[in-house]
Design a protein around this ligand. Structure first.
Ligand SMILES: C[S@@+](CC[C@H](N)C(=O)[O-])C[C@H]1O[C@@H](n2cnc3c(N)ncnc32)[C@H](O)[C@@H]1O
Length: 277
């Protein structure tokens, strides 16, 4: 279904207001490709109709539109240098902290769960290697959130196809942390039990989640306006322990939005810590 310039602006504004996602000018084709099926399924004649329905919708249609317009692309242990930096720097810090307190980790745009389960596996491995002196795994609480309801359902289900597994899963971790069920690989309960999932919009107030020791907000800020990026960096900073760590995508940087973080380069990957004041 072709979209007119006016319809494009209405849908574009709706998406930005609801999710912060900025569909760039000239990307009419993206809206056409991703929303035409929904438009037809909802008995709409055109994108004006869809927009009218969205205005009156209490949530279900809005969720479907957001689901269709979000890019849920993700990988296990995304970016090799980042995974090494986390394994060698953040994980030992979190494990040491767990000796005296509960450690909280947030994957703030977790898509279909690969990011939170990856960190859960790294923590599990580190704890296992420590043997008798290790803190109990119950000391680690990982929260995975995403705006996309269907991504959260997949993450909770913790079942992945061979194609999804082939995108970054290490053979030894596949062997240790998954059960094969026909064509499907299921994350074992010992890893699943470390992670809780919720639908959450990064535009909203973060204070409900409390304080974290490690926040991953990776490969999502690129979709947002300058103003929203700034707001999200500030909200992460407020929710981060003084000795906490923040991770963002390899192409993302807080520079120009806030000077509240110091960058630490570990094995070629940039990690961030709140600046001491
Ligand atoms: C490209 S994926 C990145 C997934 C993972 N962090 C990674 O780096 O592999 C971006 C995710 O951000 C989510 N997202 C987009 N807008 C959001 C918002 N306003 N609040 C929360 N999540 C959002 C999308 O649904 C999608 O799952």
């Amino acid at each position: 279904m072709a979209i007119s310039k006016e319809e494009f602006q209405l849908i574009r504004k709706f998406l930005h207001d609801q999710s912060g996602i900025l569909v760039n000018e000239g990307k009419e084709y993206l809206v056409e490709n991703r929303l035409t099926v929904l438009l037809v399924q909802n008995g709409c004649e055109n994108f004006f109709d869809l927009h009218e329905k969205l205005k009156k919708d209490a949530g279900p249609l809005r969720n479907k539109v957001i689901d269709a317009m979000t890019t849920n692309e993700t990988l296990w242990f995304r970016d090799a240098s980042f995974a090494t930096a986390v394994t060698e720097t953040v994980v030992p810090h979190l494990v040491a902290k767990a000796a005296t307190q509960t450690v909280r980790i947030w994957s703030a745009a977790c898509s279909t769960g690969q990011e939170p389960y990856s960190i859960a596996m790294l923590l599990h491995e580190a704890v296992e290697k420590m043997g008798a002196k290790a803190p109990g795994l119950a000391k680690f609480k990982i929260l995975g959130t995403d705006i996309s309801p269907s991504a959260i359902v997949i993450a909770k289900t913790a079942r992945y196809s061979q194609l999804a597994i082939s995108r970054g899963m290490k053979p030894d971790f596949l062997e240790r942390y998954f059960t094969k069920n026909g064509m499907v690989h299921e994350v074992k309960p010992e890893i699943r039990s470390l992670v809780e999932y919720k639908q959450f919009n990064l535009k909203d107030d973060f204070s409900q989640h409390g304080q974290f020791d490690f926040v991953m907000c990776r490969n999502v800020l690129i979709y947002f306006s300058e103003e929203l990026k700034k707001d999200i960096y500030q909200k992460i900073h407020r929710g981060l322990a003084k000795d906490g760590w923040m991770a963002i995508g390899a192409s993302e940087s807080p520079r120009g939005y806030t000077d509240a973080f110091e960058q630490v380069i570990v094995k070629g990957a940039a990690l961030f810590r709140p600046k001491r004041v």
